[in-house]
Design a protein around this ligand. Structure first.
Ligand code: 48H
Length: 261
């Protein structure tokens, strides 16, 4: 390798670059068309599709890493499965896979997950990681945004970090928080809806139902992915991810339609 020298930048310039750029972007996304809570396969897929349609979309993820359960699949074995016809989405994302048996496809978790994250970012979805949902903004029986705090703040006991959260407004919110259905739960706490809780495993039924029930659960709130199973009491499907990807796509399509109204 040729000898090389990095360009000059002072410590303060580096700090300024980070603060300036983060603050500008954050200020811009204080209002968005759509806020997605949760950066697993369903949320990332919805983010990719929305951003590709020109929608201003912000994705909030409480962990540092994105991808949710998509990195590992099941049982600490990092292979993912999808059932036909969801392999078409793997094709779209340029994720390699092999057909294990008729209509059942296997892919590498890290490869599939990193491609999906890149696709969402390339399409223009903006990401706030290490930020957790604290509450919803609710005006006249419609969800109008989210209340957020930094994950480390929400993880600390209240007596150590009594730091109020801030709000972000949006025309629509998508709950893509997986099994937790965190946004749905905020409405349930107030008696506005009743989440039925996820049902027992039944792969054959579950994936079709999750996609079919991906919908606007409450004015301004669309549910996608495993949050759909929790909200509607649908069976779980274990480590197979086709419905997560298709549900994310459907959630984005619904959002685009609703934004037109
Ligand atoms: C910010 C939050 C909050 C919060 C959660 O769990 P996920 O991968 O969810 P899906 O629906 O995209 O995919 C589900 C799939 O991974 C799975 O678990 C399957 C198919 N299970 C079947 C079965 O039978 O078990 O991702 C959700 C993301 C995660 O990254 C969370 O950290 C994040 O949402 N999240 N982010 N604020 N309050 N709650």
């Amino acid at each position: 390798m040729e000898p090389m020298e990095f360009s000059h930048a002072s410590e303060s310039q580096i700090t300024r670059a980070i603060v300036d750029e983060f603050a500008k972007e954050f200020e811009n996304y204080v209002e968005s068309d759509v806020i997605i809570v949760g950066g697993g396969p369903a949320g990332l897929m919805a983010g990719k599709e929305l951003a590709s349609s020109g929608v201003k979309v912000l994705l909030i993820e409480r962990n540092n890493y994105l991808g949710g359960g998509f990195w590992l699949g099941g049982f600490l074995m990092n292979k993912l499965t999808v059932r036909a016809p969801a392999e078409r989405i793997l094709d779209e994302l340029d994720v390699p896979y092999k057909e294990y048996s008729e209509g059942l496809y296997v892919s590498d978790g890290p490869h599939a997950c990193s491609k999906l994250i890149a696709a969402a970012c390339d399409a223009g979805a903006k990401i706030l990681n290490m930020v957790a949902l604290d509450d919803v903004v609710l005006h006249n029986e419609r969800v109008r945004g989210v209340v957020i705090n930094w994950t480390p703040v929400s993880a600390l006991p209240r007596e150590i970090a009594a730091i109020d959260p801030v709000s972000l407004e949006s025309k629509l919110v998508i709950d893509a928080t997986g099994h937790d259905a965190s946004v749905v739960k905020k409405l349930e706490e107030r008696g506005l809806i009743k989440a039925k809780g996820q049902g027992a495993m039944w792969v054959e039924r579950s994936e079709n139902l999750v996609v079919a029930q991906t919908s606007e659960l409450y004015p301004g709130l669309i549910v996608t992915g495993m949050a759909v199973a929790t909200a509607y009491g649908l069976p779980r499907m274990g480590p197979t991810f086709g419905a997560m990807l298709v549900s994310g796509k459907k959630a984005a399509e619904l959002a685009v339609e609703k934004l037109k109204l």
